[in-house]
Design a protein around this ligand. Structure first.
Ligand SMILES: [Zn+2]
Length: 341
């Protein structure tokens, strides 16, 4: 095994040259050759180069992750050296524990294949393509497209703001419960007849068909959320304790449960009575969190109903987009979100 002892900090940005560079004379010859291509061959060449460019971009994003997480994924030591290439990625070796790894080790994207299609994957997610359409566009199997989607959402799901400081607005929003993609189990359980996707709740207001989501957002725009499968004071207290800084000031719409939680946590609490048409009381309002709810719901429409069990993944993806104001951003920035770069 050969490695050259280069400390990570001294590595240049992006990838080092993996293949010997083409000389100017050879490049000129290559350009001359292109003159003899048929139109069809020219298109093939363009597609080939496009895919190489995508690979380069993906590699640069992935490699950028090393700058943010420079340590060994196993022992966290920082004495790490380059250790050749594997699968088109720079490989590293930890001098402390001896483990070899690359920039994706320990992420949901580790060992995922077809990196030349990852930008298309993030693009498809940003456009909210169905799994079927995404699969067709990327020319992969439907199960692959499905697996990729949830791998790409995996890191975003875990990244939640905590210890929110200052004025923190808290409010619940509701989405329709969905068993999309789970009809067989549903019929077996005979819970109820499958509803047409994106349908209406049979009952108005809160019912078993509505899933409550608690969103906390402070005035600096930091946000966290939780699907409330159990909406009782004890559970919500457990959720809110790590989410709030000790000196946070909570602002709600006067929900009895949130008031109890605030007193349980010993946190200053101000309620606006939205049911009575009160929208602000001095500095106290929940308009930021409500605007966040609307943006989330509008963004979710593109997916045409998602299974409730996957809701935390989509909430995470939206938090990441909102945090970076990157909806409609370049696929490479979206990929950076997915790999935590
Ligand atoms: Zn190590």
């Amino acid at each position: 095994m050969s490695y050259w002892p280069v400390r990570l900090a001294s590595l240049p940005e992006g990838f080092g040259p993996m293949e010997p560079e083409m000389r100017a004379r050879e490049l000129k010859q290559l350009f001359t050759l292109t003159a003899t291509l048929t139109a069809g061959q020219r298109e093939q060449l363009m597609a080939h180069l496009g895919s190489r460019l995508d690979m380069d971009e993906v590699s640069a994003v992935v490699q950028g992750r090393m700058a943010r997480h420079p340590g060994c994924p196993k022992c966290q030591a920082h004495h790490v050296v380059c250790n050749g290439q594997a699968g088109g990625l720079q490989r590293y070796k930890c001098r402390s524990c001896g483990v070899t790894f690359n920039a994706l080790t320990g992420t949901p994207l580790a060992r995922l294949r077809h990196r030349d299609k990852w930008l298309e994957q993030t693009q498809a997610m940003d456009e909210g393509l169905s799994v079927r359409k995404a699969a067709a566009r990327m020319e992969v199997h439907k199960t692959t497209a499905f697996r990729w989607r949830h791998r790409f959402l995996g890191l975003a799901r875990q990244a939640k703001a905590n210890k929110l400081a200052g004025v923190v607005e808290a409010d619940e929003t509701y989405v329709l419960r969905s068993y999309k993609g789970q009809r067989r189990e549903l019929l077996a359980e005979q819970v109820r007849k499958p509803r047409h996707r994106g349908g209406k709740a049979a009952k108005r207001g809160l019912s078993a068909e509505q899933v409550p989501i608690l969103v906390l957002r402070n005035r600096a725009g930091q946000t966290t959320d939780q699907v409330l499968e159990v909406a009782n004071t004890r559970f919500v207290t457990e959720v809110m304790q790590p989410a709030l800084a000790d000196d946070a000031v909570l602002c709600t719409d006067g929900s009895g449960m949130l008031a109890k939680v605030a007193s349980e946590l010993g946190i200053e609490h101000h309620a606006v009575n939205t049911l009575r048409g009160e929208h602000t009381r001095g500095a106290w309002h929940i308009q930021n969190v409500n605007a966040y709810h609307s943006r989330f719901k509008q963004w979710m429409r593109r997916f045409n109903g998602v299974a409730t069990s996957y809701l935390p993944n989509y909430l995470g993806w939206f938090r990441a987009l909102d945090r970076n104001a990157q909806s409609g951003a370049k696929p490479a920035s979206l990929l950076a979100l997915a790999v935590g770069a």
